[in-house]
Design a protein around this ligand. Sequence first.
Ligand code: ISJ
Length: 270
Amino acid sequence: MHSDSTIRVGAVSYLNTKPLVYGLAAANSDIELVFDLPSRLADQLAAGDLDVALIPSVEFFQDPSYSIVSDACIACRGPVWSVKLFFRKPPAEVRTLALDEGSRTSAALSKILLSERFGLMPQTVPLPIDSRFDSVDADAVLIIGDRAIHAPSGEFVEIWDLGQVWREWSGKPFVFAAWVARPGFDTPQIAAALSAARDAGLAQLEEIAAAEAPRHRLTTEQCLTYLRDNLHFNLGPDEESGLALFHRHAVQRGLAPPNDRWTRHDCEAT
Ligand SMILES: C=C(O[C@@H]1C=C(C(=O)O)C=C[C@H]1O)C(=O)O
């Protein structure tokens, strides 16, 4: 049971989110933290079942009344390691694309990159979260999060790390997910609580990496490198500029509506 004053916060259930929610519920007795796939968090926020959630950035674009409520986010400035597109055929020949059920942003990013670089609009099929990678015979398969960290078995013509491909193509950071509030939720202290949790997580990265590594079949060093070097958790001006560019491409392809007021700060869509 939760009282009326309980704030329902939805966080991504992957390793990438551990530093963002470090001590969050313990430090804020009014926060009830629930974990789920990014795509499901977006659906729950849209349904009003959550007050604040870490949702895919492309989902933030969908509703002009959404607002980003924190400077904490999941971003990268190069290879991200946990968002990969596996090609069974050369990229230029891709006709079918399987999309991880957990993803919305990387699904959109895959379409944008295949369209921009090869003029492709592949037919898409879902890859359910509980389905094995080899259960789909699509020409290219997107997987994200924990299951993308270890390469699936199979022969691949090419593997794209989408953080890296975006960076090389655009020169900008990429924002995968941000903390977004449902319309009407107006609790200013959530911003400080989410920033403080992120800062606490970043100060404890070694401990988090040591605790999480075994269950992800990683060494502590691999886990630490992922959390410290691949991922970035601060939504600064460069990240916002990357977000603006992603929004523009999403609009061009009909993956998001145009929207003038979607950033935390008034930031130019450059
Ligand atoms: C870096 C990642 O970013 C994620 C990718 C998302 C998406 O594609 O919609 C959403 C949230 C993030 O968890 C990852 O999952 O590995």
